[in-house]
Design a protein around this ligand. Sequence first.
Ligand code: ADP
Ligand code: ZN
Length: 617
Amino acid sequence: MSPEQTLKNRWGYDTFKPLQKEAVEAALAGRDCLVVLPTGGGKSLCYQMPAAMGRGLVLVVSPLIALMDDQVAAAREAGLAADALHSNLKAAPKREAYQNLVNGTTELLYVSPERLLTGDLYEIIGPRLILAAVDEAHCVSHWGHEFRPEYRRLTEALDQFPKAARMALTATATPVVQADIRSQLALRDPEILIGHPDRPNLIYRAFPRRDQFKQVLEVVRRHPGEGGIVYAQTRKDVERLAANLKKEGVSSAPYHAGLNAEARRQAQDDFVNERLDVIVATIAFGMGIDRSNVRYVVHANTPRSVEHYQQESGRAGRDGLPAECALFFSAADLATHRWMAKKDVTLSPERERALEKQLRDIGRYAVAPVCRHSQLAEHFSAPYPVGERTEDGCGACDVCLGETKGLSEEEALLTAKKVLSAAWRAEGRYGTGYVVNLLLGRPNDRITGNGHDLLKVFGILKEAGEPAVRSWIDQLIVQDYLEVTEESEYPLLRITPEGRALCQDKGSVRLGLPVPPKAGKKKSAALKKAEKAGVSFLEADNELFDKLRALRRAVADKKGVPPYVICHDSVLLEMASSKPKTIDDLRGMKGIGEKRLEKYGQLFLDAIAGKVEEAPE
Ligand code: ADP
Ligand code: ZN
């Protein structure tokens, strides 16, 4: 069977995703390669396909033991002879996996690095091994976000299999990490396959934070019954948001490092198995989470860096269907990050500079009225747009959707000068609140005592309203025209030398403002995205979709695997819209291979025909 036929037969897909075919061909030709694809880019297929083609054994090294059993289950659903070996395995499956290896029937073997490095597998694996894949390969690099010392020793193991091709896979796009992977894993003249980091199915939104809970709830309400992750900065934020969501009747749980292991495991398990819609978490949550139908990720606070944002927001929409990533920004969060980074350690000047740059970059991302997709792509040095530019931009971010409006150049400069001169007048002796009151023309004892109510700037931005003024101050902070100093007990707002220069028309500034959403516009974007993904949400019968989801959950529960292992939402959505009647109808759909068809085809057909009310026993 050709790779194309195998793709259709095993996975039910007609075409490869970008670079998958190249990776598979490299592996089959015995050539090393480095595969960099964003989350959801389809990395697992790159090594599963050579295994499915029956040429020999494929080894997959992965640090995520918690995910391994699910990955094995998913591979088996596609008809692969897959096993895993790691320290958490019970005796019986361990024996079985070992026996399969001895019998030479294993096609795909997942191992943890520790397990591989014990060395006792080399002899049985060696002769049949055609490919050694190293997943999450950024773990070899100090520069990645997740360094693992065992990964440094992997070449020791890989050198035992000189004839097997090596494939390193990661979603981390920075060149230093890539170079590190190449040298640390001793890739031999590897083919370098680097995909575009953009995630076209994600809708990015970034707005100034006004009322944290209200804004979070708005996003949650847009996605009733769907899976979502809400990230907050501190445990206290997490607890408060989770409690408030519960009060609103949202199925949700908190997750942070302060909870005991059992509570965390339970929350994670419930979320992955779709017994829970929303997880409210600090960034402790994420690595090792594999729920492909996360429909939204909200950042209730500003993330630490653009890299973190890419990573965390990237957990949305792994199944390729539309998903939303919303970020609620406040410059105060940046100060909190700074404080957290420094509270226990003294940073080297180098580290400190890096931290400041990270904070500035994420701040700019959040406040610049510039297409979010293009900003993210540019941050990772990738060209954007990927194809042709359309009239309304990416059609998938608040800026291009007209939800955030950039002020014209002149308007921005004029507004900035107003804000800056108020800060200048306050001489860096007051906090943000004071300057806001000044600009809005709200007198108080301190303002009148200082005679500041007589200044020309007093009330000069009255019309704009408080949220806009506060957001502009934040926007000027991340553009370095204002700074918050912490020399005294209270944070003080101060104009910078660049700010003074701007007041004299030296330099340029960008300012934006959220505009009240127009219902019609949003819908059309969602529709466009859905069409891109090959399914129309509008055509799908929602009731049937929910019913099919419930059926899938029941089947998954019985088998003790997460629902996505049975099939992805996209498959259910297509069923709910095209309402197939026969096995052949199902075969024509994307994402159902022969094995799944055999196991579940009739069950789903019966449900669609209305013959099953409850899931079968
Ligand atoms: P990654 O590991 O890169 O995040 P996965 O391997 O989990 O990505 O794949 C992401 C999703 O894409 C999965 O739902 C997978 O079934 C789907 N997928 C993989 N290859 C294809 C393909 N050729 N066509 C359509 N969907 C695919
Ligand atoms: Zn855009």
